[in-house]
Design a protein around this ligand. Sequence first.
Ligand SMILES: [Zn+2]
Length: 837
Amino acid sequence: MLGGTVMDIRTRYHRMRGDATLWVPGLDHAGLATQVEVRRRLHRAGIRFEALSRDEALGEIERWKDEHEARIRAQTQAVGFSIDRSRYRYTMDPASVRATREAFVRLYEAGLIYRGERMVNWDPTLRTALSDLEVVHREETTSLVYVRYPWADGTPGGLEVATVRPETIFGDVAIAVHPDDPRYRDAVGRSVMIPLTDRTGPVLADSAVDPTFGAGALKITPRHDPIDREIFLRHPELADPPDIFDASARLDGDRVPAPLRGLDRDTARARTIEALEREGFLLRQEPYRHSVARSERSDAAIEPRLSTQWFVRMAPLATPVIDAVRRGEIRIHPERWSLTFFRWMESIQDWCISRQVLWGHPVPVVTCRSCGRATVTVEPPVACAHCGSPELAADPDVLDAWFTSWLWPFAALGWPERTSDLAHYAPTDVLVTGRDIMFFWVARMMMAGYYFEGQRPFADVYFTGMLRDELGRKMSKHLGNSPDPLDVIREHGADPLRFGLVFPNPTDEDGPFGATALEGGRHFLTKLWNLVRFAQPYLPPGTPAPAAPPRLGPEAALEDRWLLTRYRRTAEEADAAIAGFEPTRAATVLYGFVWHDLADRYVEIAKESLAGRRGEPARRASAATLLFVLERTLRRLHPFVPHVTEELWHALPHDGELLAVARWPDPAEAPIDPAAELEMAPVLEAVHLLRNLRAEGRVPLEAVPRAWIRPSGAEIARVLAAQRGTVERLAKVAPLELLAPDAPAPTGAGSRVAPVGECFLARAAPTAADAEALQRERETLATLLAKTEGRLADPVFRGRAPPEVVAEAQGKAVDLRDRIRRIDEHLRLGASGGLAP
Ligand SMILES: [Zn+2]
C-alpha cells in the first residue's frame, strides 16, 4: 500500500502533466514463499504437504494463488491505484515462461550459467537450497565444547579441539592449526584418533585457521562447513568423506554409530556430548555467544550442505550496473542507499538459481540418457541436440522466482518479442519499492536490463521505508499487526489511508502507521471538505470556472494579494518535492497551506469581504481569489487523495469531465506580490503573539479582552492600523489599541516583545474552574500546614529532634503560610472581577 501510493502519486502527477504514463500491474508467483504458506495452511488442516502427489500439491498452490490474486486486485481497486488492468501480467503466464527460458538459454550459451557443487544454505525443514539473501543471522548463546583428540600412535595426551557442533565429529577428516602457531609446531604431520570412531586424521597447517578460537585447533568436516571445505580443497591428500546428514539434517550413513542414526541435530548434539563424556574425551563446556544462520522462511538453523546447483556468474553482469549508477544513469532515492547498494554490488557472489521445490519454472535443461549431454533450448526439446536421442531426462529443480522477476521491466512489456509496448515504453522511468528487496530484485533488474537489452531498465529508483505499527514493531503477517487494507478502507476510507501513509511520517523511513496516522488523514480531508462547503455559497450557479487568477491591483485587499502569493510559493515547492522524489515534503507543504494559510487565516480574514461588508468589488475579488486557489489546490492534491478531490472538484465551478485528467496547473500563472507578503507578516505575527498571550492567561474561549500593541516602527504601525480589524477578529481581542512610542505600558496585562513590537493583553478574570482549582490547592496546603504546626507544637519533637530537623520544619511552615496567602489574594481578585487597567 505504501509503495503503491507513492507510485500512484507519481503516475497521476505525470498523467495530469500530459506525460505518457503507464503503470503495469503484475503478480509474481513467489515460488518458495508461496509453497511455505500453502504448507502452513495444509498443516493447520492436518495435512502433510509432502504426503500429497505432485498434481495435488500444485493444485493446492494454484488455489492459494487464485485467492490471493483476487484479494490483491480488490485491494488495489479499493485504494484507487490508477493501473492499466488490461496489461495485467503474472510471472507464470505463457509469455513469462517464454521470457524466463529465453533468459536462461542466453546466459547458458554465453557461459554465464553453470552447474556446480557448492556449499549451499540448506533449509532442512523446507528441504531446499536458499540464496544468501534468504538467510538471517542471529546472535544466539550455545555451548562451546572442548574435546580431546588422542594421538593416533598411542602416546599420552592429544589435541584440545573446540567446537560448537560436536555432532559433526563423524564427518571429521583432519585437524588444522595455523602454521605460525608455536603451540602446534611439533603436532603438524602427526595423526590423531577421531573420538567415538575408529578413524584417524592428520594434523595439518592452514592459514585460514583462527588461532584465537578455542585452543587454536580446528576439526575439519569438509561436507558440513564452508571454511572446512576450503581448507579441505587445499589439501588434496585428504579423501572426500560421505555426508553424515540426510536432507532433513538427521544423522545418517555408515560413519555414524548406529544408535545415533536418524537423530535431529539438537538431539544428536546432546547424545554426542554424553558419549564423549562417557568415553573420556570431553574436556569441558563453556557458554558461547555467536551468530547463527537461520532460514528466513522456516526459521530452521541453516545446514551448510554440499550439493549440485545451478548458478549465474554475477561479476560480469554487475560491472556495467556499477558504472551506470556511478555516472548517474540510474539514480537511487534517497541517495543514502547508494552506499549499501555499491557495497553489495562490489562484492557480489554467484547467484544460486535452482530450488528444490515444486512451485516454479522448471530449470530448462534436459540430459540425454544416451550420450549424457545437456540440451538447453527456448522451445522444450523433443530430442537430444547432440545425438538425436528422444530419451531425455528433465532437470528435477525449479528456478528461483526472482529469476523471472528480474526480467520484469521489459518482460512485462512483451520481451523477448519486439512489441510496440516495448518500443514505446522501454526503458521505463521509475521503480518504487521497499528497500528490503534492493538486492533480491532491484539490483538484479538493473543487471538484466544492461545484459539483455543493453540499457537501463529505469532511470530512477525510489526506496520506501518499512512501515511499523504504532508500538514500533515491524509489520508482519506472522505478528498479525499488518491490517488488511480492505478493512482499513472500509473503516476509514481510501483517501485517509493514502494520506496517512505519506504524511506525517516520511515515506522513505521506517515510521509508525496506525490509527493516529489515519485520524490525521481524516481530519485533513474534513478540513478540505469544510473549506469547499464554506466557499460554495459565495459561488452562485453560473460562476465560471477559474481560467486564470483574478487580476488584483495594489488597491485590492491585502489578504487576496497575499493568498495568491502564498499559493504560488506552495505550488512551486510542492511540485519541486514531487519531481525530486520527496512525496512527504509535497504532502506537508500542501497540508500546511490548506490548514493554516487557507482555512485558518485567509477564510477568517476574507469573511468580511466575502459577506459583502466591504463593497461589491471587494466581494467579487475575494470570491474569485478563493475559487481560483481552491480549484488549483484540489488539482494539486489529486494525486494524493484522488477520491475526495474528484468529488469536491465537481462541487465547484470547473472546466472538464474529470479532475483525474485535468491539466496540472502551472504555479507561474499566479503572481508573486512581495509587498503583500511583507505587509501580512506583522499582521500574522501580532495575531500569533496575542493568541499565545490568551493561552498563557487562560483566557476563556468566549472572552474578548482588550489588547495593545506598541509597533516597533512607523511602517509596521501603518500596516497594523490598516489591518486592525483583521488582527482583532483573528486574535479575538477588542479593542486593539496602537500605542505611541512614548505612551506608558498598560498595567495588569500580559506582555510580549517581538519584532513587530510590544504586545499587551488584558488579563481576564479567573473563571469559576480556576477558583475551584485554587480552593482545592489551598485546602491541601492548609492540611500540610496544620500537620507541620502540630509537630512544632509537640514538646517531645522539639526536645528530641536534631536542631536542623526542627529548623527545616519551621522553614516549611513559613513557606506554606506564604503560599496560602498568595492563593487568597488570587481568590479575592477573582471575586472582584480581575485586574483591569
Ligand atoms: Zn544425446
